[in-house]
Design a protein around this ligand. Structure first.
Ligand code: SIN
Ligand code: CO
Length: 382
C-alpha cells in the first residue's frame, strides 16, 4: 500500500488553508491504484460523474460522461476526469487513509484525471482545498497567488481565469503531491501520459448552511416559536423597526442555532450526506445474520466501510450517529462501538471482539452490513 512520508502536523501549521506547496516524494514510491483502462471503464457508468476536456485549434471543449469511445481523440491535449472514484475502487479510497487526521466531514472525494501530453483543464480557481497526487507520468503545474481574479466561461461547463504569474512552477513526478488551498489559480498540463489523483475537501458557505438549515426545519416541523412582545411600549415613530425589535427577532432565530442538540442533529444529517452516488449493494441473498458474523470474521475476512460513506457523531448527541444523511440510533451500550465504526474504514475480528458477546451489538453490526454500508472481504482480495 502507498505510504505518505510527510509531517502532516507541520504541514497543517504552515500550509493548510494558507499557501500552496509541493510535497516532493511525499507518496513515493507510488503505485497507481487504478489503470487508465479501469478509469475509462468507470467513465462508461451512468452513476459516475465524468468529464472530458479537450483543447484543439485554440478552443476548449468540455463534455459530460458517460463515455464509451475515445477513438476520435488525438494523442495530445485532452484529459478525462472522473469524480468520486473512491466510492467505487477500494485501493483509491485507501489513498485517503494517511489524511484521516482531517475529519471525515471535510473530505469530499478523490477525483482522478488521466491526461495525454498537453492535456489539462486550463487555468482555473477552485473553492476547495486539494492535494493533487501525481501518479504515473509527469505533469507541469503552475500556481499563482490568491489575488482576486475574474473567472470566465472558456466553454460551457469550464470556468477559467486569465494567465497568472506563477509562485509555483514545477514538474510533478510520481509520488509528488501539490497542495492548493482555495482561491489560488492553477494550471496543470501533462508532459507525458499522466494519472493525477486529487483528494478534494469540502467547506460549506453560509448560503449552503442556511438553506439546508431551513430545509431541516420544514422536514422536522421545528422552529414554530413565534415572535411575541407582551412588554411593548408605545412609539411616536411608527415607521421605525427599533434596534430592540431587530435584536429580539435575531434572538428568536438565534435561539434555534444555539440549541446544541437540534443544531447538531441538523449538522449531522447535512454533513453525512454524500455528494456523489455511493456504490450501495444490498440484497436479501447476502443478508448477514448474527450467527454468521463471527465465523465470517474468523475466516480472516475483514469488514470494510463502503468508500465515500460518511459516518459522524457528536458529543452533544451521545445516543445517535449520522450515516449517509440519516440519524441512526445507537443501541444501549453501543456508544464505543458506534465511535469505532465512525472512526474506522476497516474492522477485524480483533477490533470487534470486545462487542461480540453482546447480541444486540452483533445484530447492530449486521444491520450496518445489510444496509450495504460495510462489506466483508479478505485482505488478500483487496
Ligand atoms: C486535473 O487533474 O487536471 C484537475 C485537477 C485540478 O486542477 O483541481
Ligand atoms: Co483545480
Amino acid at each position: 500500500m502507498n505510504k505518505l512520508t510527510v509531517d502532516l502536523a507541520a504541514f497543517m501549521r504552515d500550509y493548510w488553508q494558507k499557501k500552496p506547496t509541493v510535497l516532493r516524494g511525499a507518496y513515493a514510491p507510488f503505485v497507481d491504484p487504478i489503470t487508465p483502462d479501469e478509469l475509462a471503464g468507470l467513465a462508461t457508468e451512468e452513476q459516475v460523474e465524468s468529464r472530458l476536456v479537450t483543447f484543439a485549434d485554440g478552443k476548449w471543449s468540455a463534455q459530460h460522461g458517460p463515455f464509451e469511445d475515445y477513438s476520435q481523440l488525438g494523442e495530445s491535449h485532452w484529459a478525462l476526469l472522473v469524480q468520486a472514484t473512491d466510492h467505487w475502487i477500494k485501493p483509491v479510497a485507501d489513498l485517503i487513509t494517511p489524511f484521516r487526521g482531517l475529519p471525515n466531514w471535510r473530505i469530499d472525494d478523490v477525483m482522478i484525471s488521466y491526461s495525454v501530453p498537453g492535456g489539462g483543464v486550463g487555468p482555473h480557481i477552485d473553492q476547495y482545498d486539494v492535494f493533487i497526487i501525481q501518479g504515473s507520468g509527469s505533469r507541469r503545474w503552475r500556481v499563482g497567488s490568491n489575488t482576486p481574479a475574474e473567472q470566465f466561461v472558456a466553454t460551457p461547463g469550464l470556468l477559467h481565469v486569465n494567465p497568472f504569474e506563477p509562485i509555483i512552477d514545477v514538474e510533478l513526478q510520481p509520488g509528488d503531491i501539490l497542495y492548493i488551498p482555495p482561491g489560488f489559480p492553477h494550471d496543470g498540463y501533462a508532459i507525458t501520459e499522466a494519472m493525477s489523483y486529487s483528494i478534494g475537501y469540502r467547506a460549506p458557505n453560509q448560503q449552503d448552511l442556511f438553506s439546508s438549515f431551513a430545509d431541516f426545519l420544514l422536514q422536522e416541523d421545528a422552529g414554530q416559536l413565534r415572535y411575541a412582545d407582551p412588554d411593548r411600549e408605545l412609539t411616536n415613530e411608527p415607521g421605525l423597526v427599533s434596534a430592540k425589535d431587530v435584536n429580539d427577532i435575531r434572538m428568536l432565530m438565534q435561539s434555534l442555532l444555539q440549541d446544541e442538540q437540534f443544531f447538531s442533529a441538523w449538522l449531522g444529517t447535512q454533513l453525512s450526506q454524500a455528494k456523489h452516488e455511493l456504490n450501495i449493494l444490498t440484497s436479501d441473498e447476502w443478508d448477514l445474520i448474527p450467527d454468521e458474523l463471527i465465523p465470517a470474521l474468523e475466516a480472516e475476512d475483514e469488514l470494510y466501510r463502503l468508500g465515500g460513506l460518511r459516518c459522524l457523531y457528536f458529543r452533544a448527541l451521545p445516543d445517535v450517529c449520522f450515516v449517509n444523511g440519516e440519524k441512526m440510533q445507537i443501541p444501549e451500550g453501543g456508544q464505543e462501538l458506534a465511535h469505532l465504526m465512525c472512526n474506522s474504514t476497516v474492522l477485524t475480528l480483533e477490533n470487534l471482539q470486545p462487542y461480540l458477546d453482546n447480541p444486540v451489538l452483533v445484530e447492530w453490526i449486521c444491520h450496518w452490513f445489510n444496509q450495504g454500508y460495510w462489506y466483508l472481504a479478505s485482505d488478500a482480495e483487496e
